[in-house]
Design a binder for this molecule. Structure first.
Ligand SMILES: Cc1ncc(COP(=O)(O)O)c(C=O)c1O
Length: 373
């Protein structure tokens, strides 16, 4: 625990900062959307990987959480969180035995299914168990990563699940990650509407032949407030919206003042030819300019209060920035950087330093960082 009299400007760098007021506001925005639109909220915790923040989300109204990795689920279960969707297709023996351990502990765990072959493996693995495995069909709404196609293919898989012993269908879900490549809000809107319809219509098809689909879940930060309004959708799963980042600002999804996660950096030197160096290289900022074809960011992060400076290149420990003609920044000055991609940067740190208006309040571990399996 840090001293409450400490200001963030006194901290060593690089340090990962969370602005508590912005974080609460961002979570409140998600929970209010869910309440106002009568949908469940199941935030993806891959963004923050923090037990503390996941519990804040649950306390503020989330019904469960989403994870990508069993390791992330295991960390959250240890902390008493017990309603979890693992949104990644699982089919191998080692992973299935870890899943069983979690279910045996009473966790309400939902696994993603998107292929008959994978379903067969799960059916076999759970055939002789005394409990049922809940699966959610993963649907491809245009990202073209995992997932079955909406409509007929969902129906076929749902039929197979409904005939299974010990495997039940709890829901269908999709993630319109391709919204990150949008060039306009209109494009984001259209992707969001399609995302919602792909789920709502596929669920209706299943129910028309007597297969209930209790949960119809959508969500990416750019689209969840659009897809979540489509009739028939009853759950949203935003992740990044807890922190936001420079990619969301570039897309017009968030304002700079909403970004809750920043990296505190120091100026290492100011050099000729409009060049200055910060102590934030790829070890702390990640060489991430956005997945899924996003090209809205310039450089490797937004330096707060210095829009004319571009963080042009990163080596492991050095961040090389270019300023136009002159800068008031000098050796040892501190700056805050809004990362391009908050989720990958959080994964690089052991702790967040939590602050309110620049005053240090506490530290929170990034509990599930580095959970690659
Ligand atoms: C399946 C799934 N659901 C939800 C999310 C959350 O998306 P975002 O971080 O854009 O809110 C992701 C992110 O990768 C995801 O893969």
């Amino acid at each position: 625990m840090k001293s409450c009299n400490q200001m963030i400007t006194d901290l060593d760098t690089p340090t990962l900062l969370v602005d508590i007021d912005r974080l609460k506001k961002n979570i409140n925005k998600m929970t209010s959307f869910a309440k106002d639109n009568n949908v469940h909220l199941r935030p993806h915790i891959k963004t923050h990987k923090s037990i503390h923040i996941a519990k804040m989300q649950l306390d503020m109204g989330a019904t469960g959480i989403t994870v990508a990795k069993i390791g992330e689920a295991e960390v959250m279960v240890e902390a008493g969180i017990n309603d979890i969707l693992i949104a990644f297709p699982i089919a191998n023996k080692t992973k299935i035995s870890r899943v069983k351990k979690l279910i045996n502990r009473g966790v309400s765990l939902k696994l993603a299914v998107d292929q008959i072959e994978q379903l067969r493996i799960l059916q076999q693995a759970f055939a002789n168990d005394s409990f049922e495995l809940e699966v959610w069909i993963k649907v491809n709404s245009g990202l073209n990563r995992c997932g079955v196609e909406p409509g007929k293919d969902v129906l076929e898989l749902a039929k197979e699940i409904s005939m299974s012993k010990n495997v039940t269908l709890g829901g269908i879900f999709t993630h319109a990650g391709h919204s990150y490549a949008s060039k306009s809000f209109e494009e984001i809107h259209n992707i969001g509407v399609y995302e919602g319809k792909a789920i709502a219509e596929s669920a209706a098809d299943c129910e028309n032949i007597g297969i209930p689909v209790p949960i119809r879940s959508v969500g990416s930060t750019p689209t969840y407030q659009i897809a979540g309004k489509v009739e028939g959708v009853n759950e949203v799963r935003p992740g990044n919206a807890a922190f936001f980042d420079a990619i969301q600002v570039g897309l017009g999804v968030a304002k700079e003042e909403e970004c809750a996660l920043t990296l505190l950096a120091s100026v290492v030197g100011v050099y000729k030819e409009s060049r200055l160096v910060l102590d934030t290289g790829s070890k702390s900022l990640a060489l991430d300019k956005g997945a899924h074809g996003n090209d809205t960011v310039k450089g490797f992060g937004k330096i707060v209060g210095h829009p004319d400076i571009t963080l042009e290149r990163l080596s492991e420990e050095h961040g090389v920035a270019i300023f136009p003609t002159r800068t008031e920044l000098k050796l040892n000055d501190r700056v805050q950087i809004i990362p391009n991609h908050a989720c990958t940067v959080a994964n690089l740190f052991d702790h967040y330093v939590v602050h309110k208006n620049g005053r240090v309040m506490t530290t929170w571990p990034v509990d599930a960082r580095g959970q690659v399996t």
